[in-house]
Structure formats: structure tokens, C-alpha cells
Design a protein around this ligand. Structure first.
Ligand code: CA
Length: 394
């Protein structure tokens, strides 16, 4: 009896919790948003068309609140962002769009391999389409009081892109946080930096590869890209290295050479630009000298592992090899193919995770925790090699 009562209370609490959530896109909130948007210069008819149908979207609000339970290790990022299919697809796309990449390189002074790598990681070379209708996603975030000013501005900028003819209304599909198109720009960045490179008069980063590639180059140039320098390169530390590190602690490459740092094959460092020593996993993992161009990549998406993935993928697209040093872990990350296979193995093992799509969402995370608990591992939901092997993956 007592148990039943507790359950009933829990259920009632659950319902109470759900009620304000549903009210998060209340008619009054939508009305307020519409008047805000029209005051900013968006035609009332466009504002109504974009916002009148907005309904509560649990997923958008949940994504905006998700706190990761573990810090994704750099080797996880590197393994799924720079896997063999992404290298092969990149090489094929670089052939296909060779003339465009050459023209972009000429006009902006950016490296074509870097542009291709960014394109490959941002949208899998234009394959990935946005999941959420941008105005509705923004309405959900604003009405749920998630970074209200930022997302109101993205809503306004997104609708103005439609008004100006750059973007078709039906192409306004984005991530939960409004990044969209093949470059994954948020609308304000799009307004500021998008370029019409195919000459049709529209800056169309959803459908035009030339526009997308040129806009990426324009972003990097504005972020300080220098055509005379590489993004960086892998180096070898002397045994027992205890000197300075960090991407912002720059010295000339020759200064680093004097500290005993060499190329990975042990040969002396030859170049001489200003660089920081990046140790993404400490002194026992791979080491890189990275210059100002690394910062330009970092400004695209503020994570060192992201910038490193772009730089490394660009090297792979040039035909260079994988990172020479080993990551200091006995539980490596999974490639995209292995992530998909992990889900298939979870389904086989009886975990009800719906359809295997290679995306590690909350349902897959719960299943992974189950496997980890069963096998005496730390239940943090990380899709790692140990979990994969525990399920029989090879
Ligand atoms: Ca265009």
C-alpha cells in the first residue's frame, strides 16, 4: 500500500513537472516572440508562418540542458572524426570539387585540404541535414529561457536570410542550437561571413558546395588564417620533458628545437613560425606544435580536440599517415562504423535501443551503462572499445 502510494505520488509529480514544460511554448510566449521579430524588421507574415505552428519539442530542450557525464577523451574525438571512410570520402570529394577548391584557395589564400577537412567534419561533405526546423527550435529555447538573447538573435537572423532570398524557407533545418548548412554556421555567422561563390546572387550554404567552401575559407581568413604557415604538425618530445606547453604559450619553432623537440622521425625541426606545444593527453601522448592557424580552426568550434581533428584530417587528405605516437589509454574510442556495430550488438544482447543509427543518444547511453555495470566497469555511458569488446565486438 505504501509502495503504491509512493508510486502514485511519483507519477503525480511527474505530471506536474510535465505541465510547465508544455507551457514553455505558450501562445503568449509565441506572440511576444513574433512582435520581437517583427520589430527587428522581419515581415509579420513571415514571422507568423515561421512561429504559429511551434510546439513543445522535448528533444530540443533536453539537448540544451544536457550535461555530459564524462569528458569525451581526445582519442574518442580523433577516432570517430577522422576515420578511414571520412578520409576516403574527402579524397573523392576533393577530386570532384577540385576546380572550386582551387578557385577558393586562390581568392582567399586558404589551404584546400583544410577547407575540405572542415567541410567533412561539419557536415560529412554536405551529407548531414539539419534535424530541427530552425524557427521552432529557437522558439523552444527562448520560451524555455535557454540563452534567450542569443537564440532570439539567431531566429531573427535566420528569418532575415529567408527574407533576403539567400535561404529558402524550407531549407531552414538546423541543429538544436541553430547551426545549419554544409558549413554549420549559426544564422548570425551566416549573415556576417557567407559568400556567394557560384555567382547566382544567393548565399546558399545548404545547397551550393561552392558557396559553402568559399564561406568556410572566408571564416578562416577573418579568424586570422595565414597562408604562409601550416596548422601545425606532430613532434617528438625528448625523454622526461618537463618544459612549458599549451597552445597559447608560443615561441619560435627553433626555440622548441633548442628544448630537444624534434620531428617524429627524430630529424631536426626546420620551419620557424611561432607555435605553442599542444599536449592533448599530457607528456605521455602525441605532441604537436601548433601555430596561429590552429587558433583560426579553434574559433570555428572552441575545442582543441576539434581543431586537432581538422588539422589531422587535412594531413590525411594530403596522403599523410596517422598520428605516430600512441594515445595513452588502454580503452580507445570507436570509429563511426564501430559505433554503429556497437548498437547492433546492444540490440542483439537484448537492449531495447530502437534503431541502430550510429548516433550515441540518451537511450544508447543508458544501455552502455547497463553493459558497463554488468562487467564491473565505471558506468559512465562512454562508447569505448572495452564496452564494444564486452559485447563481442572485434
Ligand atoms: Ca550562390
Amino acid at each position: 500500500m505504501k509502495l503504491a502510494r509512493t508510486a502514485a505520488i511519483a507519477l503525480a509529480t511527474g505530471l506536474l513537472a510535465a505541465a510547465p514544460a508544455l507551457a514553455q511554448v505558450s501562445q503568449s510566449c509565441i506572440a511576444g516572440l513574433k512582435s520581437r521579430v517583427t520589430r527587428a524588421g522581419v515581415p509579420a507574415s513571415l514571422a507568423a508562418r515561421a512561429l504559429d505552428g511551434a510546439r513543445y519539442n522535448e528533444k530540443v530542450v533536453r539537448f540544451s540542458r544536457t550535461q555530459p557525464e564524462f569528458r569525451t577523451p581526445v582519442w574518442d574525438y580523433m577516432t570517430f572524426l577522422v576515420d578511414e571512410p571520412r578520409v576516403a570520402d574527402g579524397m573523392a570529394n576533393m577530386q570532384k570539387w577540385g576546380k572550386t577548391l582551387e578557385a577558393v584557395e586562390k581568392r582567399f589564400g586558404t589551404d584546400r585540404y583544410i577547407i575540405a577537412a572542415l567541410w567533412g567534419i561539419e557536415s560529412d561533405y554536405g551529407q548531414i541535414k539539419g534535424e530541427f526546423f530552425l524557427p521552432h527550435a529557437m522558439a523552444n529555447l527562448v520560451c524555455a529561457n535557454r540563452k534567450k538573447d542569443l537564440f532570439t538573435r539567431q531566429l531573427i537572423a535566420g528569418l532575415k536570410l529567408v527574407q533576403s532570398g539567400d535561404v529558402k524557407y524550407d531549407d531552414l533545418y538546423s541543429s538544436w542550437a541553430s547551426a545549419f548548412g554544409q558549413t554549420q554556421f549559426i544564422p548570425e555567422t551566416y549573415q556576417r561571413l557567407a559568400v556567394d561563390f557560384d555567382g547566382d546572387g544567393r548565399r546558399d550554404l545548404v545547397n551550393s558546395v561552392p558557396d559553402a567552401l568559399a564561406s568556410t575559407a572566408n571564416f578562416l581568413v577573418k579568424a586570422g588564417w595565414r597562408s604562409s604557415e601550416p596548422w601545425g604538425f606532430e613532434v617528438k618530445l625528448p625523454a622526461g620533458y618537463k618544459g612549458p606547453s599549451g597552445r597559447k604559450r608560443r615561441a619560435s619553432v627553433q626555440d622548441w628545437a633548442r628544448r630537444g623537440i624534434t620531428n617524429v622521425d627524430g630529424s631536426p625541426l626546420k620551419s620557424n613560425f611561432q607555435a605553442g606545444l599542444l599536449l592533448p593527453a599530457g607528456v605521455n601522448g602525441p605532441a604537436f606544435l601548433v601555430g596561429r592557424n590552429f587558433d583560426a580552426l579553434y574559433s570555428y568550434n572552441a575545442a582543441e580536440s576539434y581543431a586537432l581533428a581538422i588539422g589531422h584530417l587535412s594531413d590525411r587528405l594530403k596522403g599523410r599517415g596517422t598520428i605516430a605516437a600512441r594515445w595513452p589509454t588502454n580503452d580507445p574510442g570507436l570509429t563511426r562504423a564501430q559505433r554503429l556495430q556497437l548498437q547492433i550488438l546492444l540490440l542483439k544482447a537484448g537492449y531495447d535501443i530502437g534503431e541502430a543509427d550510429g548516433k550515441i543518444g540518451p537511450v544508447t547511453t543508458v544501455a552502455i551503462k547497463g553493459v558497463q555495470k554488468k562487467n564491473g566497469m565505471k558506468p559512465n555511458g562512454r562508447p569505448s572499445m572495452a564496452v564494444y569488446k564486452a559485447l563481442g565486438g572485434r
